[in-house]
Design a protein around this ligand. Sequence first.
Ligand SMILES: NC(=O)c1ccc[n+]([C@@H]2O[C@H](COP(=O)([O-])OP(=O)(O)OC[C@H]3O[C@@H](n4cnc5c(N)ncnc54)[C@H](O)[C@@H]3O)[C@@H](O)[C@H]2O)c1
Length: 361
Amino acid sequence: MNRIRVGIIGTGSISYEHLEAYKKQPDAEIFAICDQQKERAEEVAAKYGVPNVFDNYKEMLDLKELDAVSICTWNYTHADITISALQAGKNILVEKPLAIHVEEAERIQDAAKKAGKIVQVGVVRRFDPNTQMMKQFADGGMFGEFYYAKASYLRRAGNPGGWFADKQKSGGGPLIDIGVHVIDLCWYIMGKPKPVSISANTYHELGNRSNIQNVSFYKAADYDPNQNDVEDLANAIIRFENGASLMVDVSYTLHASKDETAVKLYGTKGGLEVEPELKIITEQHDTMLNILPQTDSPTLDVKQAFAAEIDHFIQCCQTGQTPISSLEDGVQMMRMLNGIYESAEKHQEITLEKQKGASVE
Ligand SMILES: NC(=O)c1ccc[n+]([C@@H]2O[C@H](COP(=O)([O-])OP(=O)(O)OC[C@H]3O[C@@H](n4cnc5c(N)ncnc54)[C@H](O)[C@@H]3O)[C@@H](O)[C@H]2O)c1
C-alpha cells in the first residue's frame, strides 16, 4: 500500500494524540506541521522530527507531496481550513465538532463533493474497540430495536478556558465540546435514526469555577480563566423519526458529587452500557442478567481509540473508502447540536425540518 504523507494543522493539546498515533502507523509519515504560533509548531517538529514547519496553513497546503491533513485547530476555523484543504486536493481528518454552524458544515459538504476527497470527522469514541464490538452486536440484532438512550457527560469543574469558553470561537460550551462525543456514540449505535424534534435547555449559573482548587482538568493550550460566555450545563431530549428518543445532559461546571459519563441504550431485546463500564443487560429463564463482556479494557481507552481512528483514516486515504465517521454524519450531528441551542434559546421545542438547511437527507 502507498505511504500517506500527513500534515497536522494546529499543534496544541489534542494534536499530541494525533502525532503519537501517526508516529506508530507504519503507512503514515508526518511530513509537515503548522501552527499559527510558529514556536509551538517548531517545538513539535523538533520533538517528532518533522521536516516541514509552517505558521500559515495555506502555504502548507501548497506542498504537492502532502496527501492528507489532520485539522486540530479551534472549532470556528474547521470549516475554512477543511474547505481550503479540499480545494488543495488533500484528504482530511477534522477534529470534532465538524464546524460550529450547520451552514458551514453544508459548505464543507459541497466542497467535498467537488473535490472527491475524504473527510473523516474525529469522533474518536466510535473507534474504541469496545464500541466497535457493541456496534457489531447491535447491528446483529442482539438488542432488538433501540427506543431510548441516555448520553451524559457531567464535569463538576472542567471548563477548559481560552477559546473553548469563547462562544465565537467554540460555537458553545460543554454541549458542542464534550456532549458531541456521547450524543454521537448513542446515535451511531442506535443506527443513526433521523432526528425530527428537540426540546432543550441551557444554563449559565455557575461560571467557569476557576476558583476551584485541588482538582485538575483538561485545559486549552492558551488557558485563560477570564474568558467565559458559554453555557455551564445543557440538557435535551431528541426525538427521532422511528419514535426513539435520546436524553442528553452535559456540563462544564455543576454542583455534582463526581464527574460522570454515561452512554446507555435500551432496546426491545436488551440493554447496553458503553460508559461508564461496558455492560450488556438481558433476560433469560425469567431472570434479568447483567453481562460483563471480557475485554482487555472494560472502559474507554482513549489511546487505543485514537490509534484506531488514525489507522482507519490512513486506510481510507489508501483505498478511497468512506470513513465510518463520515462527513454526512458530521453534518447531521451539527443539525442536532445547533437544534439544541436553538430550542434552548427559544424556550420551546423545535422541529428539525424547519431548521435552516436541514433538507439534505
Ligand atoms: N477528540 C477529542 O477527544 C478532542 C479533545 C480535545 C479537543 N478536541 C478538538 O481539537 C481541536 C483543538 O483543541 P485543542 O484542545 O488542541 O486546542 P488548543 O487551543 O490546545 O490547540 C489548538 C491549536 O490550534 C492553533 N490554531 C488555531 N487556529 C489556527 C489556524 N488558523 N492556523 C494554524 N493554527 C491554528 C492554535 O494556535 C493552537 O495551538 C478542537 O476542535 C477541539 O474540539 C478533540
